[in-house]
Design a protein around this ligand. Structure first.
Ligand SMILES: *[C@@H]1O[C@H](CO)[C@@H](O)[C@H](O)[C@H]1NC(C)=O
Ligand SMILES: *[C@@H]1O[C@H](CO)[C@@H](O)[C@H](O)[C@H]1NC(C)=O
Ligand SMILES: *[C@@H]1O[C@H](CO)[C@@H](O)[C@H](O)[C@H]1NC(C)=O
Length: 371
């Protein structure tokens, strides 16, 4: 019994001796071999080798964990460019309905009231069996043109856009502007195809607009306020579905807006773009480009088609639960997008002096004009 145990131990000792003398790990050979060496020396070497081994293991494990976390670094740089695409600007009149263009009946008035923000106060139910609605074509398939007759003119003469210039020369309104019907009414978008490019800085050479609000014809507006909403955006994005509200301008102001363009680019899956979310690659499965606003729009359309098998030009408030809808849409940020920061300064427009001059020339006072 004793003999065999002895023999066993000596065998393990032999193996250890042989291993420690021949292994490629430096230092291990100091742990055995010549037995005459001091015990302290052996202890010190053991400590050194053990701590080195632990350090190596910890570092390797950390690195592997780090690798599978797909870390990213952020780089920020300024790239000087000779020429950049001028962004699109969407301009909406907060009071886009034209009072004079809408038939003056109580029932119709109640209808517009019920789809306005004022509905929460007035609480009048629309009586759809009233013959006036059938008489006025409310049950017909309304085309975009029909819907637009209720709205103030936009690009037509006497409309919202009076004058536009770029690079100090006047722009062809029909070519560089497009009317768009949004849930908040008719708006127009400049430079819809991003055709306008610029190589200047400063406001003098760039987009200048003269706008007429026609406040006298204000009706139930999309907001309680009066004025204009401006949104600077990428022409391919739909600012309404991006949830952008841009900036508002009150009547009777001359406003200068300076725009700062920032482009964001994130690494696609498996890298986490923001927080613990992944961004979506810029191209969809079918090869078309992915835009978050289009995704929200598609999501809403699918929802509406599912609910009522119809797609309205404008839709009633409270018709669907928007909170729920936007939670249910799978529309992550794209991996590449552009953001425009805008800063503003403004002054009174026109000055009292010019108001009097304009009054003398045109015979009209109180012109609410914007630049
Ligand atoms: C709705 O209009 C119809 C037709 O004018 C009328 O007979 C009915 O009483 C109205 N209903 C209400 C609740 O006012
Ligand atoms: C509003 O409607 C009236 C009547 O149709 C029209 O004369 C006027 O030009 C319209 N105003 C705008 C800004 O479209
Ligand atoms: C809409 O949906 C959200 C989330 O499901 C819920 O919290 C909210 O109360 C709903 N609002 C209405 C008006 O039903």
């Amino acid at each position: 019994m004793m003999n065999t145990e002895r023999k066993n131990i000596s065998t393990i000792g032999d193996i250890w001796n042989e291993f420690s003398q021949n292994t490629g790990f430096h230092g291990v050979n100091k742990l055995s071999g010549i037995t005459s060496r001091h015990k302290i020396r052996l202890l010190l070497w053991t400590c050194v080798i053990l701590s080195c081994g632990i350090y190596l293991t910890v570092t390797v494990v950390e690195e592997i964990k780090n690798y599978y976390r797909y870390p990213t670094t952020m780089t920020q740089y300024t790239k000087p460019q000779n020429e950049i695409e001028f962004p699109s600007v969407t301009v909406c009149n907060l009071n886009s309905l034209n009072k004079s263009a809408i038939k003056n009946y109580l029932e119709i008035d109640n209808y517009y009231s019920s789809i306005s923000p004022f509905a929460t106060y007035s609480n009048v139910a629309t009586n759809w069996s009233d013959p006036i609605f059938e008489q006025e074509g409310f049950y017909l398939d309304r085309t975009l043109e029909d819907v637009m007759t209720d709205q103030k003119y936009i690009l037509d003469p006497d409309g919202l856009l009076v004058y536009a210039s770029f690079h100090l020369s006047s722009l062809d309104i029909k070519k560089y502007f497009k009317v768009k019907l949004t849930p908040n009414g008719a708006c127009f978008t400049s430079n819809p195809d991003m055709k306008i490019k610029t190589n200047h800085v400063g406001s003098v050479f760039h987009l200048t607009l003269l706008l007429d609000l026609d406040s006298a014809n204000n009706y139930y507006g999309s907001s309680y306020g009066e004025g204009l909403q401006f949104i600077v955006h990428d022409s391919k994005e739909d600012p309404v579905f991006e949830g952008k509200s841009g900036f508002y301008v009150e009547p009777g102001r001359e406003v200068f807006a300076s725009v700062h363009k920032t482009q964001f680019e994130y690494l696609p899956k498996p890298y986490e773009a923001m927080g613990n979310m992944y961004c979506r690659d810029h191209t969809n499965d079918d090869g078309s480009e992915y835009y978050r606003s289009s995704c929200y729009k598609d999501c809403l359309s699918t929802f509406l088609l599912d609910r009522c098998n119809c797609l309205p030009y404008t839709h009633n408030r409270g018709f669907y639960n928007q909170t729920e809808l936007f939670i249910n849409c799978d529309c992550p940020l794209p991996c590449k997008y552009t953001h425009y920061d805008v800063s503003l300064t403004s002054s009174l427009f026109p000055s009292d002096f010019y108001s009097k001059k304009i009054f003398d020339v045109i015979g009209a006072e109180d012109l609410d004009y914007y630049r």
